[in-house]
Design a protein around this ligand. Structure first.
Ligand SMILES: [Zn+2]
Length: 283
């Protein structure tokens, strides 16, 4: 099975991440220092993978005409391949379909209504909403534990929203990118040349790279057209999952450690008194 996924990755171009909307929400990326991030790398590779419960909510106007199960699994396998080096494993704990044209219109349509009705799990559970009419994606960063227990609104709001096409892609990096936000990563172009994504092993970048494969299926071939947007001679982070390119295929060590630190903001996080959540999916 793994070899067939690899073959697909070689022969088919990855989907370009057209647009990520995380910056629309004025969200603040977690304040995690480079050294905090790096500390989490100690022992990585010797630790067991951390299981992260992943609930998938599929919102469509009408039932699909084909079985989505296999393609959803291929994308989950890809996510897990991308996150395994950094210690995470996303465990499918349920997929639920909702046939509601209003909810399916796009991510924003009745967003709070739909997520508060269907969301499952505590603050450490990833709720992935695949919305039929959505063409971009966004996820919410974890909030700082210094701000106190998680309230009902924050819990209900949490999760990732992307289009169904990305959720079923065999090779696309969109979900990997969005989950990176859920685990505290900003874009590599955060703040432009004078800004920082909080990591010292990504180069400053003026804007989204939007690199495109020169050779279909070759993740190294975006480099040929990569910009040197901040420093002459230093190419943008064209292969980084937190840019927007066709060649998304890596996180840096600092990003990996930063995600582990952000995970500690989610795992075991206290909930405010009276906050409730559902667990199992409806059957
Ligand atoms: Zn993004």
């Amino acid at each position: 099975m793994k070899s067939s996924i690899f073959t697909l990755g070689v022969i088919a171009p990855a989907a370009v991440l057209a647009f990520c909307r995380n910056d629309d929400f004025n969200l603040r990326a977690p304040n995690i220092t480079n050294s905090q991030a790096r500390r989490n790398l100690n022992g990585l590779g010797k630790r067991d993978l951390i299981p992260v419960a992943m609930y998938t909510h599929i919102m469509m106007a009408a039932p699909p005409t084909e079985d989505y199960g296999p393609s959803l699994q291929v994308q989950r396998d890809l996510i897990n391949k991308n996150y395994a080096p950094w210690g995470f494993q996303f465990v499918d704990v349920g997929t639920m379909y909702y046939f509601n044209a209003d909810w399916a219109a796009n991510a924003d349509a009745l967003r709070k209504e739909k997520s508060s009705q269907v969301r499952r799990g505590d603050y450490a559970a990833l709720n992935m909403y695949l919305v039929e009419g959505e063409t971009a994606g966004f996820c919410f960063f974890p909030t700082d534990p210094a701000g106190g227990p998680v309230d009902q609104g924050t819990l209900d709001n949490d999760g990732c929203f992307v289009g169904i096409k990305d959720g079923r892609s065999a090779t696309g990096g969109t979900l990997t990118h969005e989950i990176g936000h859920w685990l505290g990563l900003p874009h590599v172009f955060e703040g432009g040349c004078a800004g920082s994504d909080g990591c010292d092993d990504t180069v400053p970048q003026a804007e989204p790279g939007r690199g495109v494969m020169a050779i279909p299926g070759d993740f190294n071939s975006c480099a040929a057209t990569a910009k040197e947007s901040c420093t002459p001679g230093i190419k943008d982070n064209v292969k980084n999952f937190m840019d927007y390119t066709d060649c998304s295929s890596e996180f840096t060590p600092c990003q990996g450690g930063r995600m582990m630190e952000a995970w500690s903001w989610r795992m075991g996080r206290a909930l405010a008194e009276g906050v409730t959540f559902k667990t199992l999916m409806k059957s």
